[in-house]
Design a protein around this ligand. Structure first.
Ligand code: T4K
Length: 375
């Protein structure tokens, strides 16, 4: 067998939670017996309902991944022209805008939310602007109320990249929290994963129907095509996996909470290490543990990363460099770093430490001792 020790001997930024193998095999047997593998099968439909219930939202549409889901959201809302978005995100957010033939317009972020700074959005709105796409980075919510107020004032759509934000919002929240549509990612690296997967959250039945057609090639019947759709469907194996994950997700989040608290206990008060505070209007999901290394710390973020790697510990600089600095976007006028001072500064200092339910508090103590030993 291939030697996979390279992957397993390391503490990485994350490791996926998995369902019980026996239970998954039972689900697989059902799939084998039914021979129904994809295209809105029973596990798919059951997971859609179970997630709508768990999240307390009216409509969920499952996808093969979060990126295709986001692209479909833009299509469903007929977004065109310019879209105001964040540079402090995973490339998928901005690529989705670009793949819908729209122009991303980068807006600076707030040092509190790490998402779009509402005060900086308005000056960027032009006659071509049709939408705002913020991102709830690390599961910390954007200032959704202010963003919605701006969108209402200027007649814009809001689509949230909520890839990191599984389960953070109170049940029965409305548009002022979810925007017109929100996208969740269920990638293996996320708090709730279906191996690959994602979903859109919507408020009305007509929107859900439109999204469901679009993710199935725009097909509304054997001889009826209602739109220029794509193949964004989640298959039955991922859906069955997701249903089992849902049974344990609260427990996994609780384990992460303990580890988060241990990091805070060990690192809070250390000069040169800034730790974002947790707000009180949302339910944190402890998806990431970002720290910001300032000039008061004896060494740079690069050195902290290298030092940990010497001990086989691999954090990640999510999100450095800014996506606005990618060659495909950096010539856009809004990508000028001078116009994005907060994002540029935070991106140069951020370092996400390993956080997943399989870690122990002893692991966290070990990681922290290496960091505090840097000089
Ligand atoms: N918007 C935002 C804000 C996002 O963060 C993402 C995805 C998206 C949109 C798009 O959603 P999806 O289309 O992916 O559903 C990873 C993920 O691939 C990506 O999904 C995620 N964001 C991003 C933040 O992280 P990489 O390039 O850092 O992945 P990778 O392969 O380096 O994995 C990170 C670590 O995770 C590895 O060092 C080890 C561990 N790992 C990974 C996988 C895949 C495992 O232990 N097992 C695994 O199966 O992007």
């Amino acid at each position: 067998m291939t030697d996979l020790s390279f992957y397993f001997d390391k503490i990485t930024i994350t490791k996926p939670d998995l369902p019980e193998l026996d239970q998954f095999v039972e689900q697989l047997k059902i799939i084998w017996d039914n021979k129904w593998l994809t295209n809105n099968g029973p596990f798919h439909d059951k997971l859609e309902s179970a997630l709508a219930e768990y999240l307390g939202v009216p409509y969920v549409s499952l996808f093969c991944n979060g990126t295709i889901a986001l692209q479909t959201a833009l299509k469903a809302l007929k977004i065109s022209g310019e879209v105001i978005t964040t540079p402090f995100t995973f490339p998928a957010t901005v690529h989705s805008i670009f793949w819908n033939q729209c122009e991303p317009v980068f807006c600076d972020i707030s040092p509190e939310s790490f998402s779009l700074d509402p005060d900086r959005i308005e000056p960027l709105i032009t006659s071509k602007t049709t939408a705002i796409i913020p991102c709830h980075v690390y599961g910390k919510p954007s200032d959704t109320k202010s963003i919605q107020a701006l969108a209402d004032k200027f007649g814009l759509k809001v689509i949230y990249d909520a890839a990191h934000a599984f389960g953070i919002f109170p049940k029965q929240s409305g548009k002022d929290v979810w925007g017109d549509i929100s996208m969740l990612s269920f990638h293996a690296t996320k708090v709730f994963n279906t191996i690959e997967g994602g979903a859109l959250i919507m408020h009305d039945k007509a929107q859900k129907e439109r999204v469901d057609y679009l993710k199935n090639f725009g097909i509304a019947g054997e001889e009826l095509i209602v739109g220029e759709g794509i193949n964004g469907k989640m298959n039955e194996i991922c859906a069955a996996f997701g249903l089992l994950q849902l049974l344990h997700v609260d427990e996994q989040i609780q384990k992460r909470q303990l580890l988060d608290a241990r990091y805070r206990h060990n690192l809070e008060g250390i000069k040169g290490i800034d730790i974002p505070q947790i707000g009180n209007w949302y339910k944190p999901n402890f998806s990431y543990f970002p720290i910001f290394i300032t000039d008061d710390f004896p060494v740079s973020v690069e050195k902290v990363q290298k030092r940990l790697a010497q001990f086989n510990i691999y954090g990640r600089r999510y999100f450095y460099p800014l996506v606005s600095q990618a060659p495909c976007y950096r010539t856009l006028p809004s990508a000028n770093p001078a116009l994005l001072p907060v994002a540029t500064e935070l991106s140069s200092r951020v370092f996400c430490l390993p956080l997943y339910s399989g870690l122990s508090t002893t692991d966290i103590d070990y990681i922290c001792s290496i960091i505090t030993g840097c000089n």
